[in-house]
Design a protein around this ligand. Structure first.
Ligand code: AMP
Length: 625
């Protein structure tokens, strides 16, 4: 492709890329600047964190972030949170959460979740794309209006293929080009530079606001393997707040009626007061828990010592340590075999948590970096490396679960083993089991269990057109390919007769390509406008780079191009300028100008590549060409 080659000669400034931590409660972006990863924060703000919350008003106005969170108590029915819990899931998967969601959720005939807001149905992918749009937009603005199109996005290590695909689709809807999807614990380990150690096991303890994850990773020559994951999707800082809030609510018992006590406004105020007190107790030995609700005339103060708080929450800490024990057992490791422990998530600021983890793993955990930022920082490091930045090693992730096919009788034939380094592929031969069988149903499975019914079905497909022949004669090669983002494509081919058919997995609870296209068409007015503006701006930047690179190289090789090629290039440059300079930017014109320029510069790229090769042979440096 012409453009890429031209860029090789003109890579004096490395492209800006972003790492995005797309969290259940908060999301955050980071990038690489002046040789370091940096969290992107708006001016005059000490946090770049965006609450992963969306409010949609009746007229379709969308707010994302803190302002949307502020609406949670005012207009809970139209304030959507915890979207990450719904990504790539069906109704049956989120039964435990349904009660806590004040908005109706249903499942369509394709197994896709729909969240009803003002009578319009939104998929988790669409909603998640609005969060990505916001984080990405804030990031670009905080970088002085930079146009950053490409990003690494993180997901939990236990996310399966469908959940990863859903995340990727969200990014696509947001107009973000996903360089790679990486595991959150891998990103946290990268932030601490643990990939640089030759080998060893790492425990990543992640306690956020509403979820707890423990991941045991091994690092071998810079390659990360997920040995095991465990956790509790409903355990986090919120539970610590509730335990503390109970102290002050108990004090009101007897003074208020049970209805008054159950009032959501009182409960919410108590939780917020408790959180404030909890955060103070991370810094000081004693803090005041102050519950004030002027409308109800409630004003209660209570002093809480750190000792009292720690006694109250120690069962919660113990629950996380029980998960750690299970994760170690699953990884077949003794505590002493874990070389490093990394702390992630705001709740790991609590001394009682740090001490508990240190006592359990018998080593000091890494807490040097801001626990809210480590994942985004790691994602930015990975993005930097993928965009050609230095940190001289190849970073790879692994498949979190085995992938295979259901065989006759409901058994599972594993084709790609768990923990295979990605990208990877494997092919296995299958045959027919009945005479004159002309089709085979494939059920693609993910999981470690032996029976198909105990694994997660990622999708089904049919291979038809097998010529009739006796059972066992057909030779069907099924190829599983997992790309660098951990996404799976399965293809099947009948070998003995040369009949070919290839099928891509369309995961249940996932979006089809046409559904994504449809959503792009239907996107909310504001989001769509933002999205298009971002995409157009990206194309303008890209065209600028292409024009610059072409004009820079052209004089050196002008006599090696024939007049027609030269005229094509000049014409394409003029058209690209015209599209870029247009007052009203038009996406289609920009895209076709870009494609035309790419096409026209192909002969130029070929000549340049030739010069590069000759220069390399004669010992000249690239910059001399
Ligand atoms: P995260 O989901 O990682 O953003 O973590 C959010 C959780 O961390 C919330 O429950 C916060 O109350 C909690 N948190 C943040 N800072 C502190 C602190 N200094 N001490 C205790 N908990 C904190």
């Amino acid at each position: 492709m012409g453009y890429i080659e031209l860029n090789v000669l003109n890579n004096d400034q490395s492209p800006q890329v972003m790492g995005i931590d797309l969290g259940t409660t908060n999301s955050l972006a980071a990038t690489w600047k002046d040789g370091h990863p940096v969290v992107i924060k708006p001016e005059h703000s000490n946090s770049g964190s965006v609450p992963s919350v969306i409010h949609i008003s009746e007229d379709g106005n969308v707010i994302v972030g803190q302002k949307a969170l502020d609406q949670a108590t005012v207009d809970p029915r139209h304030t959507i949170f915890s979207i990450k819990r719904m990504m790539g899931r069906g109704l049956a998967d989120i039964q435990d959460d349904l009660e806590a969601f004040p908005f109706p959720i249903s499942e369509d005939e394709n197994g896709l979740l729909n969240i009803d807001v003002h009578g319009r149905q939104y998929t988790p992918q669409e909603l998640s794309s609005l969060i990505l749009l916001r984080v990405h937009d804030l990031g670009c603005r905080a970088m002085g209006g930079a146009e950053i199109q490409r990003a690494v996005i993180t997901v939990p290590a236990y996310f399966d293929d469908t959940q990863r695909q859903a995340t990727r689709d969200s990014a696509r809807l947001a107009g973000i080009d996903v360089m790679r999807i990486i595991n959150e614990p891998t990103a946290a380990s990268l932030a601490y530079g643990l990939d640089q150690s030759a080998s060893g096991n790492v425990a990543v303890y992640d306690l956020g606001g509403g979820t707890f994850d423990i991941s045991i990773l091994s690092i071998e020559d810079g390659v990360f393997h997920v040995l095991s994951t465990n956790g509790d999707t409903h355990l986090g800082g919120d539970d610590f707040d509730r335990a503390l809030a109970k102290l002050v609510l108990d004090q009101l018992e007897g003074k208020l009626s049970s209805d008054e006590l159950a009032d959501p406004a009182l409960q919410q105020a108590a939780r917020l007061a408790a959180e404030k007190c909890k955060v103070k107790l991370s810094e000081q030995p004693e803090a005041e828990l102050h519950l004030v609700l002027p409308d109800s005339g409630i004003n209660v103060r209570r002093n809480v010592t750190r000792e009292e708080f720690e006694a109250l929450v120690s069962p919660l800490v113990q629950r996380t340590l029980d998960c750690c024990l299970q994760a170690l057992a699953d990884a077949n490791l003794e505590v002493g075999e874990v070389a490093e422990v990394v702390m992630v998530g705001g709740s790991t600021r609590m001394p009682v948590v740090r001490e508990g983890v240190e006592g359990f793993f018998k080593r000091l955990p890494h807490t040097e970096l801001n626990p809210d930022e480590v994942v985004a920082i790691g994602a930015a490091i990975q993005a930097h490396i993928l965009s050609g930045g230095s940190r001289d090693l190849l970073l790879m992730d692994v498949t979190p679960l085995s992938l295979g096919l259901e065989t006759v009788g409901g058994a599972v034939s594993k084709i790609i083993a768990r923990n295979s380094t990605i990208p990877c592929q494997a092919t296995e031969g299958f045959t027919t089991y009945a005479d004159n069988q002309t089709g085979i149903d494939f059920n693609i499975l993910q999981g470690e269990r032996e029976l198909a019914q105990d694994c997660r079905s990622l999708g089904r497909f049919k291979l038809t057109g097998i010529p009739p022949m006796p059972a066992g004669l057909a030779r069907i090669a099924v190829r599983f390919h997992v790309d660098a983002d951990g996404l799976l494509t399965v293809t099947a081919r009948e070998e003995s007769t040369g009949v070919k058919s290839s099928i891509e997995v369309k995961p249940k609870h996932g979006l089809t390509d046409s559904a994504v296209e449809q959503m792009l068409e239907d996107s909310l007015t504001n989001a769509r406008a933002d999205f298009e503006a971002g995409r157009n701006a990206g194309l303008v930047t890209e065209l600028g780079t292409m024009i610059h690179a072409t004009e820079k190289s052209l004089p050196n090789v002008i006599d090696q191009l024939d007049p027609e090629q030269l005229a094509d290039i000049r014409e394409a440059i003029d058209a690209a300028r015209e599209a870029s300079d247009a007052k009203e930017k038009d996406g289609k014109s920009l895209q076709s100008a870009r494609d035309a320029l790419e096409q026209a510069t192909m002969p130029l790229a070929a000549v340049l590549m030739d010069s590069v090769a000759k220069a390399a042979l004669s010992g000249k440096s690239l910059s001399d060409v």
